[in-house]
Design a protein around this ligand. Sequence first.
Ligand code: G3P
Length: 215
Amino acid sequence: MQFYIDSANIDEIKAANQRGWVDGVTTNPTLIAKSGRPHHEVIKDICNEVEGYVSAEVLSMDTEGMVKEGHELAKIKDNVVVKIPMCEDGLVAVRRLAADGIKTNVTLVFSPIQALMVGKAGATLCSPFVGRLDDISHDGMDLISQTMQIYQNYDMDTQVLVASIRHPIHILESALIGADVVTVPYKVLSGLTTHPLTDKGIAQFMKDGEKFANK
Ligand code: G3P
């Protein structure tokens, strides 16, 4: 399973990348706005740091605008993936960009039927949002297993990128289902290697080690 970081903060991305946690990056307008910097400049900096796919979202809501923005974003570097919001115009833009050899990631997917349409449109990545479904009392992970099943049934090339991840259980369940990619905020990534019993065990071993270390 690939690990992406969901961030537009270059310091976080560098810190996670140095630890080997970054197979790719996803951004969205909210994350770019938080960075307080121009969109293309942020994407360029991220692409210079990371070799894997870097998703950069368009702001247009019509096919022509999305295709135009998509071409501009794709010029930044060849690992840019154009992020397109889930809608009819968006899926037409996905087909056009795919025909031009540009990779796409369809975002804000909340149902398996939407995911099926994303696969049929030929997107590189499909981003179902699990946390936001959990927030409204739906089981977000059901969407992941159903999307995986549909793509396997029809041998679709689109990869499932689990988005809106809030905690390690989302990542564990994604791995058990066999999702292709998880995109994870830095705060969640940095908690994945810890366990209170590990900390307790290390403290005890260090204490006991002092008893013979200098003998
Ligand atoms: O990649 C999409 C993700 O950033 C959305 O996360 O926590 O805003 O639902 P969240």
